[in-house]
Write a protein that binds this ligand. Structure first.
Ligand SMILES: Nc1nc2c(c(=O)[nH]1)N[C@H]1C(S)=C(S)[C@@H](COP(=O)(O)O)O[C@H]1N2
Ligand SMILES: [Mo]
Length: 320
């Protein structure tokens, strides 16, 4: 079974790297709230290792409901110009990100839900699939933009699987924490690990996507393998990469960027060309690939679908 699904080079890599297996087990234990070590720890580590298998099913069938008004960004642009502060604060960290071991990848679902669980990313996607492909626009708060084919599953499927309790109002998501692999996490002025959250009505909106792949292939590490969020009506920093934990909460947490710089980055971060960033205009954006400048659109062009989510919110809070 394992041999059939896993290319031999892949198995060798994950089996050889004791450090990462150890880390994964530690993360698992921490999440499960187990303090003792011993037999339990050993069996936990072994079972996560035995279940190691990559997410499969690429390319997935394209969902034609989501059409672009612009060309798809060249693949080499979208995969080499990336924001992933865990690996450094410049755009060309894609080589450094190759150090991330993404299989096995334990995910914790916990907090205010009926079905908390710990499982490998591939098992999570099996439970929430089938995967599909969607063409989405992406708008970084720094005013560059792209349009790419993501593969994944609706985030609403994960929410349904977890079955939130009535008190749950937010879905909080967290990235891995491992400064040995991700040198940016040694920069102590940042509040690691990266945390983001959506209100539950946002998390269950049809556009909110849990992405597993890009350009018809498994997710490149630098783009947030093995699973990342994609919320195309919001500035890119909401679309948290390499997620290890989904927690249901009654209150919104402070996100990574709110905690780093709350004057410039808020909770909603919905795209709006008429609300400038404190240090620059958001009226236009630069397309990766051509460098063409085009007008930015309210909710990044997805207003027809998402504006209804915000009818009862203060407009002053929605767009930063
Ligand atoms: N964990 C984590 N997620 C992250 C980031 C990050 O630094 N760390 N950067 C965000 C920002 S600012 C953007 S624009 C997008 C970039 O996604 P891409 O590199 O796949 O284009 O990822 C977002 N998710
Ligand atoms: Mo961004």
């Amino acid at each position: 079974m394992l041999l059939k699904r896993t290319p031999s080079w892949h198995m060798k890599e994950s089996l050889a790297t004791d450090e990462h297996i150890y880390h994964n087990r530690r993360q698992f234990l921490k999440a499960a709230g187990l303090s003792g070590v011993g037999l339990m720890a050993a069996s936990t580590g072994l079972s996560s290792l035995a279940e190691a298998a990559p997410i499969t099913g690429f390319p997935a069938m394209r969902n034609q409901a989501y059409q672009l008004d612009r060309d798809i960004t060249p693949e080499d642009e979208a995969t080499t110009y990336t924001n992933f502060y865990e690996f450094g604060s410049n755009k060309n960290i894609w080589r450094k990100a190759q150090k991330l071991v993404t299989d096995p990848w334990m995910v914790t679902i916990d907090g205010l839900c009926q079905n908390p669980m710990e499982l490998d990313a591939a098992d999570l996607i099996k439970k929430t699939g089938p995967m599909e492909e969607r063409l989405y626009r992406h708008r970084c708060v720094e005013a560059w933009a792209m349009a790419v084919p993501w593969t994944g599953v609706p985030l609403a499927k994960l929410v349904a699987l977890a079955d939130p309790k009535p008190e749950a109002r937010y879905l909080v998501m967290e990235t891995f924490l491992d400064p040995k692999v991700a040198p940016g996490q040694s920069q102590s002025w940042f509040p690691w690990p990266y945390v983001e959250a959506l209100r539950l009505d946002e998390a269950t909106h049809e556009l909110a996507f849990l992405a597993t792949g890009l350009y018809g292939k498994e997710m490149p590490k630098q783009n947030g393998a093995p699973i990342r969020l994609v919320v195309p009506w919001k500035y890119g920093f909401k679309s948290i990469k390499s997620i290890t934990r989904f927690s249901f909460a009654a209150e919104a947490p402070l996100s990574f960027w709110q905690e780093s710089n709350g004057n410039e980055y808020g909770f909603f971060a919905n795209v709006n060309p008429e609300v400038p960033h404190r240090r620059w205009s958001q009226a236009t954006e630069r397309l990766l690939g051509t460098n063409e400048r085009v007008p930015t659109q309210l909710y990044n062009g997805y207003g027809d679908l998402v504006a209804g989510l915000y009818q009862n919110d203060n407009p002053k809070e929605l767009f930063f």
